[in-house]
Design a protein around this ligand. Structure first.
Ligand code: TYD
Length: 215
């Protein structure tokens, strides 16, 4: 296996069901001898996890929200993601910057130009702009996601939003996917879990990142 690190992010509206698949993918990579760094945003470092708590539970305006999320991202990139990629790990990150464009940009209506500037400041490294090698987008009709989420647990500031908000978030993901079609893998998350897993696995086998005989 190659020593080159792989950076994979996972996106979708709340309730799209990405978590179990991220765990499955981590297990598949480990079974094939890769070191895996499993992480999430906002979060992934002690500081970023504190910021996550605030972002998910404390009332604030959209600019404050965006700044805290990018502050968390900076700390996470410097202390976890970049070192892991330098070691050659597979980094599986539950959400990354596409979520900021989808939730704060499209969902909250916050200025996309400002988000782009923040993205450039925060993700700049010696090679240019750090972006995931692949972003797996679990696409799901917001009405279906709402049914899945109902009664699941005490909702945070995002989960408590109405279906119309998630429709905007979903449109935000679609715009990001269209602008960077090479990077995005779209999965139909309305399918049964096993079929979503098959779609996901196939994508990684096709890229030569997982061995078909072993998954
Ligand atoms: P989520 O990833 O769904 O985790 P959990 O499964 O534990 O609920 O929760 C993170 C929430 O944060 C989600 O509602 C989306 C939101 N979020 C943003 O609004 N902007 C961002 O940039 C990121 C990374 C997340």
């Amino acid at each position: 296996m190659t020593k080159t690190g792989l950076f994979i992010s996972f996106e979708g509206i709340d309730g799209a069901g990405k978590s179990t698949h991220i765990d499955g993918l981590a297990a598949a990579f480990k079974a094939q001898g890769r070191q895996v760094t499993l992480t999430r945003e906002p979060g992934g470092t002690p500081l970023a996890e504190k910021l996550r708590e605030m972002v998910l539970h404390d009332a604030m305006d959209a600019l404050t929200e965006a700044l805290l999320i990018f502050a968390a991202r900076r700390d996470h990139l410097q202390n976890v993601i970049e070192p892991a990629l330098a070691r050659g790990d597979v980094v599986l990150c539950d959400r990354f910057t596409d979520a900021t464009f989808a939730y704060q940009g499209s969902g909250r209506g916050f200025d996309l130009g400002v988000l782009q500037q923040l993205e450039h400041w925060v993700q700049a490294n010696s090679q240019g702009l750090r972006q995931p090698d692949v972003t797996v987008w679990f696409e799901l009709d917001p009405a279906i996601a709402a049914v899945r989420l109902a009664g699941a647990r005490v909702p945070d500031r995002f989960e408590a939003q109405p279906v119309a908000f998630f429709q905007k978030v979903s449109d935000g993901y679609a715009a990001r996917a269209q602008a960077d079609a090479q990077r995005f893998v779209r999965l139909d998350a309305a399918q049964p879990r096993e079929s979503v897993w098959q779609q996901l696995q196939q994508q990684f086998v096709q890229r030569g990142w997982l061995d078909a005989r072993l998954v």
